[in-house]
Design a protein around this ligand. Structure first.
Ligand SMILES: [Fe+2]
Length: 368
């Protein structure tokens, strides 16, 4: 143990490590109110810069006697070991993603509405599937608006977009009409024009008796990882260049800049923001477009390859839940002679989903 002017050095299992006095004083266990679980200590009003008068190890605790203050800190050595290297606090929700491909449909994580409501273990498995694979199907949904809200609230709050809290997609096809053609929806992520596009999308199929109109889903992580290996320079351009998206009509003009390929804090592909129908006029220097556009098109074509796209029909009573920053979705063109199609959708926030998951799987810092 050696005491310096600005901090002290402690022998730990991983070797001797330096800790700053402000950090040690601010994070003294007594600085936190166990009831509110918030920091109640006010470091702005210390008389002088904190400095240890003496310090020693007592079993698994570092004991610090502070200079110029009637205060003794007893800090668990486990905390010191956690923070010694200056990395981020370990996060149980930071699970490695598992890329999936076009043949994934039989293996998509499935739950029922009743199971998720009544069973905490199923809820944990559901959120884990969302973090790792980014997609799940919830079956046996009651045919009500409330059922969707209940499902969302198992992970967080309903998260509005600038169109509101929920959206309804209805197609009533009158069999006496001439054949109705619904055009294809290209693979996309939703509302890229928002500054923070919603993190988790829910699509509750309430009625689906039309023929055709199969749902398409693909894992942006799988496609982007392959693109990284096939075309490293194209990958870099899509992961580092801010691109404008828009959504504009009479009373709104939403705009934002996003990156087509999104990376996480480890440099791994976290997902995508992509939508041809909401891509604004790309305002990059024209010479840069000589490289950007070919990369964008190469990646867009790769994403549509059968290798990545699951095609299936979402049945009435099913709700598909997916990561809107990772999973691209679309719909095949369909010509239907008869039937109804009614889909009700909404969103939740990924940070809230991670928060709920952490609270389910770990004790946190304050639980005894
Ligand atoms: Fe969509």
């Amino acid at each position: 143990m050696s005491l310096g002017d600005t901090g002290l050095t402690v022998p730990l299992a991983q070797g001797a490590r330096y800790f700053n006095y402000y950090w040690l004083r601010d994070n003294c266990p007594s600085s936190f109110n166990p009831e509110t679980r918030e920091r109640s200590f006010d470091i702005f009003h210390l008389e002088a810069a904190p400095r240890a008068r003496a310090a020693h190890l007592e079993a698994d605790t570092l004991v610090i006697d502070w200079d110029g203050e009637e205060h003794v800190t007893r800090m668990p050595v486990a905390w010191l070991e956690t923070y010694a290297e200056g990395g981020r606090r370990p996060d149980p929700a930071d699970l490695p993603r598992k890329a999936w491909f076009g043949d994934h449909y039989p293996d998509v994580a499935r739950f029922t509405h009743a199971q998720l409501i009544s069973d905490k273990v199923a809820r944990q498995a559901w959120l884990e599937a969302m973090l790792v694979e980014g997609i799940s199907v919830v079956g046996e949904m009651p045919d009500t608006d409330a059922a969707l809200t209940e499902l969302v609230q198992l992970m967080g709050q309903v998260r509005p977009t600038f169109f509101g809290l929920y959206f309804d997609v209805r197609t009533h096809i009158n069999p006496t009409n001439t054949a109705y053609t619904a055009s294809a929806l290209e693979l996309h992520t939703d509302t890229p024009a928002e500054e923070h596009a919603p993190g988790v999308q829910f699509l509750h199929m309430r009625a689906n008796s039309v023929e055709g109109g199969r749902n398409l889903f693909g894992d942006g992580v799988a496609a982007a990882n392959d693109f990284r290996a096939l075309d490293p320079e194209g990958f870099r351009l899509l992961a580092e260049t801010d691109i404008p998206f828009y959504c504009e009509h009479d009373s709104y003009d939403m705009r934002s800049y996003q990156r087509i390929i999104e990376l996480d804090q480890h440099g791994e592909v976290a997902g995508l923001t992509i939508s041809q129908h909401m891509l604004d006029l790309v305002d990059l220097p024209q010479e840069l477009l000589d490289r950007w556009y070919p990369a964008f098109c190469r990646f867009g074509r790769l994403l549509q390859d059968d290798k990545y796209v699951m095609r299936f029909t979402l049945n009435a009573g099913e709700c598909i839940v997916f990561d809107n920053h990772r999973i691209v979705h679309g719909r095949a063109a369909y010509t239907a002679e008869s039937g109804d199609r009614y889909l009700r959708g909404t969103y939740a926030d990924r940070a809230e989903m991670r928060s709920t998951y952490r609270a389910l799987v770990c004790e946190g810092r304050f639980k005894a």
